[in-house]
Write a protein that binds this ligand. Structure first.
Ligand code: GDP
Length: 328
């Protein structure tokens, strides 16, 4: 087994911009070895005073909508404005997808070669909770390393959008023209999470369809109650392929940060997220402790069988297990 990295040494190097230290710090955080966890936590605690300085962006959209093309064009634009961009991904690997959405090295080729950018493939993991926890922590490490724009990408299927919206300041939904059908395919809940909608591929033959899509989404958004009194989610368009409209997306993000920042709404959102995170850590570690407890472990198979057969009520079984756990 490899030795456990020294968290204090890493914590001293990460804020200097040492990329190897940054990569090693994230690897430590992503490690599933229980004996790595105390070091990972010590590292995070030491880095926390350096974190928090970035605008945290979530980007979602169904596969093929142009997320990686967009992030490449957007990232290069933002770097050109003097910023440093980190890109992380949330993609709980399933046996079907086989995992990492950023794993493909050819994605975001130019951005990934730039020293002012840092691209990290999605951590492997079976549960969304586990993957989201590591992504949140990796985000803090990137901030401590001086990245002032952090993008968390998620593939637009399932629960991961909510997890990402819960860890960022602003959530962008990327859509493609062909709205009528698209709107059907995108879950309503996801549109509600969006702080801005960006219609991508507004170029060539698709330009007219993009205009129609913008109108449709504006109408759709009008029917929703805005999540914040300080911000009405706009519908923008761009072409990640030609770069048209990318500057407006960035201008919108800056204006969001300004308006919401002034109103205290970003600080409020982060405070709420931090509390929700704490509670999710509490439930996760309580469940882990419970499952590892000898008495609960002994009783569990038998009670699970009985519940499945309908011989005992689920609530009664849960009470017995918890009693065994608490009274031991
Ligand atoms: P992802 O799966 O969401 O990451 O999508 P990709 O970035 O891989 O893009 C999917 C396809 O759409 C690729 O063939 C891209 O070249 C194409 N694409 C992406 N952005 C644009 C755009 O702005 N205009 C056009 N015409 N095609 C685009």
């Amino acid at each position: 087994m490899s030795p456990i990295p020294d968290p204090q040494a890493l914590a001293a190097l990460v804020p200097t911009g040492d990329r190897r230290a940054l990569a090693r710090a994230i690897t430590l955080i992503e490690s599933s070895r229980p004996d790595h966890r105390p070091a990972a936590e010590a590292l995070l605690e030491a880095l926390l005073p350096h974190a928090g300085g970035a605008i945290r962006l979530g980007i979602t959209g169904v596969p093929g909508v142009g997320k990686s093309t967009f992030i490449e064009a957007f990232g290069l634009h933002v770097i050109g404005q003097g910023h440093r961009v980190a890109v992380l991904a949330v993609d709980p690997s399933s046996p079907i997808s086989g995992g990492s959405i950023l794993g493909d090295k050819t994605r975001m080729e130019e951005l990934s070669r730039d020293q002012r950018a840092f691209i990290r493939p999605s951590p492997s993991g079976r549960t969304l909770g586990g993957v989201a926890r590591r992504t949140r922590e990796a985000m803090l490490v990137c901030e401590a390393a001086g990245f002032d724009v952090v993008i968390v990408e998620t593939v637009g299927v399932g629960q991961s959008e909510t997890a990402v919206a819960d860890m960022v300041d602003m959530f962008l939904l990327l859509l493609a023209p062909g709205a009528g059908d698209e709107l059907q395919g995108i879950k309503k809940g996801i549109v509600e999470l969006a702080d801005a909608i960006v219609v991508n591929k507004a170029d060539g033959d698709l330009a007219a369809a993009a205009d129609r899509a913008m109108r449709d989404y504006r109408n759709a958004l009008h029917l929703l109650r805005p999540a914040s009194p300080h911000w009405r989610p706009p519908v923008l368009r761009c072409s990640a392929a030609t770069g048209a409209g990318i500057d407006e997306v960035w201008a919108t993000i800056r204006s969001y940060r300004h308006l919401m920042g002034e109103a205290g709404a970003i600080a409020e959102r982060r405070a709420r997220q931090a509390l929700a995170w704490m509670w999710s850590e509490i439930s996760q570690s309580l469940i882990e402790t419970f499952r590892a407890h000898p008495d609960a472990r002994d009783l569990l198979p038998e009670l699970e069988r009985a519940v499945a057969r309908g011989e005992i009520a689920p609530a009664a079984a849960a009470r017995r297990l918890i009693r065994a756990f608490l009274t031991a």
